[in-house]
Design a protein around this ligand. Structure first.
Ligand code: GLU
Length: 546
């Protein structure tokens, strides 16, 4: 076989060599130990938790080491691409505060290791492919879909491994003349790798999460370039991660099976392989067993789920970090107010087994994260969310910013913070009573209070602006006594028969009138925010129902 002639036949327009590429994309000058990581999402319009999970690891590994984190758009599969897919990717990463140092941007690209869209790298793949052909390591294959289906049937019947290998790789050792004729006749071809692997052999390699791996050698003559000259994932991964000088490839464990192909290709190209981290799948409890989160069954797999419900990105990230690094929760307990970026992220603490995704735990984490936020932060994120999903509510929140901020400050000062909000879509329910437009009281009275008694209590109460909390409580106690209720809880408990009710019932009636429900943040604080007029209106509103 005349490799040179074949290379010229297949890639007549390719003049550059891999050496030229090496010069154009030299090894990066970075401090010792700096890691270069990348995200390679496909613009399918669907961003899922797994993307974010990997991206957090990528971003931390790069930025913690003074390295580079870049974005490459893997758009080789045009069938799966949707309009605006890149925008979805970029806005998700922006929302989650995962800043790329280089790569695809909305305007184009930034960085000198591009192009960062795979479809714009065709020439680069062809230069590398040509070298493989020149070295006799790749060849054109003309098998049609029907022929491939026939091979598959035969393999199924004979209980053999599927694929193009050995005797099934019909064009592997085909004479140059036949190949030339087929090309000249315009027959479509794919470029296949000529695998030198042997099924009996095992290769040893290291995964930084999983340790030493022993995998069967690849025997398949895998496709490197498809009929349209676009590379497969395997070839693009090897070419791109070499020329973009990626040091650490973090990707899902679904790629473990094809790792032998990638290692084989790195070695065929004469390149050093990057370090690999194959992350565990995100799993979900399903009855007694566990299963992978599924796009079809689990809406919570999609990042749009969190956006629509109004989960703070910080909360989702924080929860994923608890799955990524087993010691994160312990660190968070010791450093409640530190930025997540201060956490020393470590590969050693990454788990090999499936990470169990539990939305209830995410909700707990989220309540803590929102609880730790300042009222101003909550205001900004909440009004942004409401602006998109509930504009009327957003208008109310924005009408008097100081008022809304005061409402959001309640329960946010002391060491024990309230945790009422999981996601911004809960906030309306929580804040409802601050706004007359949203006030929907449920005046169900507590057990020990008759309507007549409630009336007496409401008529006997007077709001005093600026009143101190302890003075307020003294007055509520006095009010309790004046309606024949116990003002002292201990006494009430010792002698329940002696009283119709107690001071707690009195404040409950006031709470019902003012907030329209039996549970609310500190009533005295709430009242100071609502102000005299509103309180008087609310008291008389409830009185009318009695
Ligand atoms: N485009 C690939 C995917 O979305 C990227 C995998 C990788 O990070 O190498 O699965």
């Amino acid at each position: 076989m005349n490799a040179e002639k074949l290379a010229g036949l297949l890639f007549p327009q390719v003049a550059e060599t891999v050496d030229d590429l090496e010069k154009q994309y030299p090894t990066r000058t970075l401090p010792e130990g700096a890691k270069v990581t990348r995200m390679g999402p496909s613009p399918t319009g669907f961003m899922h938790l797994g993307n974010l999970y990997g991206a957090i690891a990528d971003e931390r590994l790069a930025h913690q080491s003074g390295g580079v984190f870049f974005l490459r758009i893997e758009d080789t599969d045009q069938k799966r691409e949707v309009e605006g897919g890149v925008k979805t990717i970029l806005s998700a990463f922006r929302e989650y505060g995962l800043p790329f140092d280089e790569g695809a941007t909305e305007e184009g690209e930034s960085g000198v290791y591009g192009p960062y869209y795979q479809r714009r790298r065709e020439e680069i793949y062809h230069i590398c492919a040509k070298q493989l052909v020149l070295q006799g390591k790749a060849y054109p294959c003309f098998l049609t879909e029907e022929e491939l289906a026939g091979i598959r049937e035969e393999q199924a019947a004979k209980k053999l491994d599927f694929g193009c290998y050995g005797e099934f790789a019909r064009y592997r050792d085909c004479a140059y003349e036949e190949l030339e004729k087929r090309v000249a006749d315009g027959e479509p071809w794919v470029l296949r790798y000529r695998s030198e692997g042997n099924a009996q052999n095992h290769i040893k390699t290291t995964d930084l999460i999983r340790g030493t791996l022993e995998l069967p050698e690849n025997i398949q003559d895998v496709v490197l370039l498809k009929k349209d000259g676009i590379p497969t994932y395997h070839f693009a991964h090897v070419v791109d991660d070499h020329l973009m000088r990626t040091t650490h490839v973090v990707r899902g464990e679904e790629w473990l099976a094809t790792l032998p192909i990638h290692l084989q290709l790195f070695s065929a190209m004469g390149w050093k392989q990057p370090k690999y981290l194959h992350t565990a799948h995100l799993m979900k409890q399903d009855g007694a067993g566990k299963r992978k989160l599924s796009k079809r069954k689990d809406p919570e797999l999609s990042l749009s789920f969190y956006h629509e419900k109004g989960y703070s990105p910080a909360a989702v990230k924080e929860y994923l970090m608890t799955l990524l690094n087993s010691n994160f929760e312990e660190w968070r307990t010791a450093n409640p107010d530190a930025s997540m970026d201060d956490f020393p992220f470590s590969i050693k603490k990454m788990s090999v087994s499936g990470a169990l995704f539990d939305i209830q735990k995410l909700d707990d984490t989220s309540r803590n994260v929102v609880g730790r936020m300042s009222a101003e932060e909550v205001y900004v994120q909440l009004t942004d969310w409401a602006g998109e999903y509930d504009p009327d509510f957003a208008a109310l929140l924005r009408r008097d910013k100081d008022y809304t901020l005061a409402a959001l400050t309640v329960g946010r000062n002391g060491p024990k913070r309230r945790k009422d909000i999981t996601a911004w879509s809960d906030a309306k329910e929580y804040l409802r009573f601050y706004f007359d437009e949203l006030f929907q009281p449920d005046y169900t009275l507590p057990e020990r209070v008759t309507p007549a008694k409630a009336k007496e209590i409401l008529e006997g109460y007077e709001f005093l602006p600026g009143e101190d909390a302890s003075l307020w409580f003294e007055r509520v106690k006095a009010l309790a006594e004046s309606v024949g209720y116990a003002s002292n809880m201990k006494e009430f408990k010792q002698n329940p028969g002696a009283y119709e009710g107690n001071v707690g019932d009195v404040s409950m009636v006031l709470r019902l009138a003012i907030t329209g429900r039996q549970q609310s943040p500190d009533l005295q604080e709430v009242m100071q925010i609502l102000g005299k007029n509103r309180i008087e209106q609310r008291l008389s509103l409830m009185l009318k129902t009695l």
